[in-house]
Design a protein around this ligand. Structure first.
Ligand SMILES: *Cc1c(COP(=O)(O)O)cnc(C)c1O
Length: 240
């Protein structure tokens, strides 16, 4: 059973690896410029362990309760854990216990809560600011994220906060507004915002963008980290 699942995961990982390599080739980028993060939300810890045994180094989750339990069940693996979901301030303490990176920092109150929690836990947390590329669009699906004009203030707050390290920006392709259905243009906007950010924060080099359906566009636009779920693990029974 587990052997069969392992073979399945190895095959889908190989297909995604081929896609990333082809996208890097097409963009004239080196394969090592792009890091694969496998999004394991809704999947059992057994899948995460199999992924680790297949050489996966980075996994991501989007719900604290599920993630914290899974991370405990995977003790002994050397995985790096990324948190990519909308985060309530009262979960900061829990998230800091297992997460190495939070990609969804989108407001000052969350910066404060994560900093307090990181200091208390004597951990250092890598932080990405999530940018809402559909900010200002009335029908914007609320998937979280700060408006682009809020990025400089949030970045300064993260950079100044004890226990936090400013790593870069994250976005998901918008479902509403003029950039909906145009992931390349959306991700190019994200790269542009990152270039501005790097003038003040040269070490903030991470651009987290691209999922199963749009990783090629993300790599073409300059993403350094792609977050892939269904293309590796199969369709989920619950959304996002
Ligand atoms: C679920 C999720 C992904 C992965 O999406 P797939 O389409 O399954 O590859 C990436 N990023 C975030 C923030 C997610 O919530």
């Amino acid at each position: 059973m587990s052997d069969e699942r392992k073979a399945q995961l190895a095959a889908s990982l190989a297909r995604v690896e081929e896609r990333i390599t082809a996208a890097c080739d097409a963009a004239g980028r080196a394969r090592k410029e792009v890091t694969l993060i496998v999004v394991t939300k809704t999947r059992p810890a057994s899948d995460v362990r199999l992924l680790a045994s297949l050489g996966v180094e980075h996994v991501a989750e989007n719900r604290d309760q599920e993630a914290s339990q899974k991370a405990r069940e995977c003790v002994g693996t050397s995985l790096t854990w990324h948190f990519v979901g909308q985060l309530q301030t009262n979960k900061a303490r829990s998230v800091v216990a297992y997460a190495d990176y939070v990609h969804s920092v989108d407001r000052l109150r969350l910066v404060t809560a994560l900093s307090t929690a990181a200091v208390r836990a004597e951990r250092e947390l890598g932080c990405l600011i999530q940018v809402a590329l559909d900010a200002g669009v009335a029908e914007a699906a609320s998937r979280g994220g700060a408006a682009p004009e809020q990025v400089p203030a949030l970045a300064a707050a993260v950079a100044a906060a004890p226990g936090l390290r400013l790593e870069g920006l994250m976005a998901v392709a918008p479902l509403a507004g003029p950039l909906a259905g145009h992931p390349l243009a959306a991700f190019e906007k994200l790269t542009e915002i990152t270039s501005r950010l790097r003038r003040d924060h040269p070490a903030a080099t991470m651009v987290s963008a691209g999922m199963s359906g749009d990783l090629e566009e993300a790599v073409a636009a300059g993403a350094t980290h792609v977050r892939i779920g269904t293309a590796i693990l199969g369709a989920r029974s619950r959304l996002g």
